[in-house]
Design a protein around this ligand. Structure first.
Ligand SMILES: Cc1cc2nc3c(=O)[nH]c(=O)nc-3n(C[C@H](O)[C@H](O)[C@H](O)COP(=O)(O)O)c2cc1C
Length: 268
């Protein structure tokens, strides 16, 4: 069957013949890779940046330069670390991590394709669909709660105060990390969302698979920078996106939560 830009490339027979290895929906999504970008795009390209909200702003302190550790040493020592010190995460460490892993390093406007934004991690088409929210538990000088990270101004904006939803998120992440209720929780949790239209406007249904690849790039960059800073990083593969969306006042289908990353100072 010849792939068409607008339809799934798998025919029913192919999906029927592969029932054991693939759930039909997964197979259909997988085969989107073969489609490429659709030829037609609807409407003008979406803006590549989420405007900061009206919540309280926290200007992050100046980020520190990364320690001069050789990349080979960082790669050799990078591990997922799930045992945390009860000490708070210094705000400078959070600032340094976000700066070196997630900030906007440059922008470019194209008359046809619209805004592009570049980050320390690569991303398909530089569509800048990933957004980072910091759920602060024990971060020096930051009230517990959820904050959006503006990758351009390097500022946090409060989107939701701490409350039962934050407690539930922390309990959920501790279970995902296989940690007892009595263990020290991470100092902060990063939630990653995706403004999917920034990708799907250009790539159609291919966009979802690209987003997950971009998320992997962001995860690895967070891991490497956190390791260089001597922090305890761990990606979390599961999530309670729709509950968190209610708390953060996000539309879970326009800007779904797609990633989660636990962070703290390591227990010595
Ligand atoms: C996408 C992704 C999801 C993960 N999800 C979890 C998780 O939910 N819970 C957990 O304890 N570790 C999680 N991890 C960490 C892995 O278990 C870990 O990377 C793996 O065991 C290899 O160990 P290392 O990172 O120390 O090299 C995840 C890692 C990645 C990249």
């Amino acid at each position: 069957m010849t792939p068409t830009p607008d339809g799934p490339p798998a025919d029913e027979e192919e999906i029927r013949r592969a029932p054991r290895a693939w759930h039909p929906t997964d197979l259909d999504l997988y085969l989107q890779r073969e489609l490429g970008a659709p030829a037609h795009r609807d409407g003008p390209p979406p803006a590549a940046r989420t405007a900061p909200g009206n919540g309280r702003h926290v200007q992050l302190p100046a980020p520190a330069p990364l320690p001069a550790t050789a990349l080979g040493d960082i790669l050799a020592t990078r591990r997922s670390r799930r045992a945390y010190s009860p000490a708070p995460l210094p705000l400078t460490d959070l600032s340094t991590l976000l700066h070196h892993a997630a900030r906007t390093t440059g922008t470019l406007h194209d008359a046809t394709l619209g805004d592009h934004a570049f980050h320390p991690y690569p991303s398909a088409g530089a569509r800048a669909e990933l957004e980072v929210y910091v759920v602060a538990g024990r971060v020096t000088g930051v009230l517990p709660g959820a904050y959006h990270y503006d990758t351009v101004t390097h500022r946090l904006t409060e989107v939701a105060p701490s409350g039962p939803q934050q407690d539930e998120l922390y309990a959920y992440v501790r279970r995902a990390l296989d940690k007892a209720e009595t263990s020290t929780p991470p100092a902060a949790i990063l939630l990653v969302t995706a403004v999917l239209q920034r990708l799907t406007w250009k790539y159609g249904r291919l966009g979802l698979t690209l987003m997950y690849q971009n998320l992997g790039c962001l995860y690895q960059t967070l891991y490497l920078v956190a390791t260089a800073l001597g922090l305890a990083p761990c990606a979390v593969g599961v999530g309670r996106g729709r509950q968190n969306a209610r708390w953060l006042d996000l539309d879970p289908y326009t800007e779904p939560e797609v990633g989660c990353f636990a962070l703290g100072r390591p227990r010595r």
